[in-house]
Write a protein that binds this ligand. Structure first.
Ligand SMILES: Cc1cc2nc3c(=O)[nH]c(=O)nc-3n(C[C@H](O)[C@H](O)[C@H](O)COP(=O)(O)O)c2cc1C
Length: 182
């Protein structure tokens, strides 16, 4: 099993990275091989709606997205992590998601996803638009949502590290997904 962690926060060592790391460690413990990418370190331009990808099979923008789509195709389980920014995902994550428009998304059917979302607000409802957005996209593309890990009430970089219960939930999400052979 190959697992790909995709981090939509610009903060290295932030709450998203810590939780995604924990999911990946759990998956490794169950025998998976893992890899992690930081969207903020990649060059992923916003979709231009030119439909080149449908005409030529390739995006007209030569940036890091097509190699990332290939990595996604080669992985069985994706850990999609983004903090909440103004009730939505980060701009980096939304630009990445818009680029799924590429016809390669037809190969996404049957993939598995664990969503990871930290947020500063103290209640899970502040993540509802982002959770709904991802649930609808995944459902539309016949991708299976295995688990959603929400972490409300964390603002400072790395603060989630103090919540042992949440770290265990994230760890077990990765471990269980692999042990149950997703
Ligand atoms: C630009 C910006 C917008 C934010 N908007 C929200 C929001 O609408 N609701 C919320 O609960 N937290 C909001 N937050 C707080 C982050 O979701 C929170 O700090 C999160 O833990 C950051 O995760 P990270 O450490 O992985 O970057 C915002 C933070 C930033 C920087």
């Amino acid at each position: 099993m190959r697992v790909l962690g995709i981090i939509g926060s610009p903060r290295v060592g932030g709450n998203t990275e810590i939780l995604v790391n924990e999911v990946l460690t759990g998956a490794e413990e169950a025998g998976a091989s893992t890899e992690k990418v930081f969207l903020n370190k990649l060059d992923i331009k916003p979709c231009q709606a030119c439909n080149s990808c449908y005409k030529t099979g390739h995006c007209a923008q030569k940036d890091d997205m097509e190699p990332l789509l290939e990595k996604m195709e080669q992985s069985d389980l994706w850990i999609l992590g983004t903090p909440i920014y103004w009730w939505g995902p980060t701009a980096q994550f939304k630009a990445f998601l818009d680029r799924w428009y590429h016809p390669k998304h037809q190969n996404f059917k049957g993939k598995h996803v664990i969503i990871v979302i930290p947020l500063g607000g103290g209640h899970e409802r502040y993540a509802r638009h982002t959770v709904g957005l991802l649930e609808d996209v995944l459902n539309y593309l016949s991708i299976e949502l295995v688990e959603t890990v929400l972490a409300p009430g964390f603002n400072r970089r790395g603060e989630v590290r103090n919540d042992t219960d949440l770290l265990i939930i994230a760890h077990n999400a990765g471990k269980d997904a692999i042990e149950n052979s997703i």
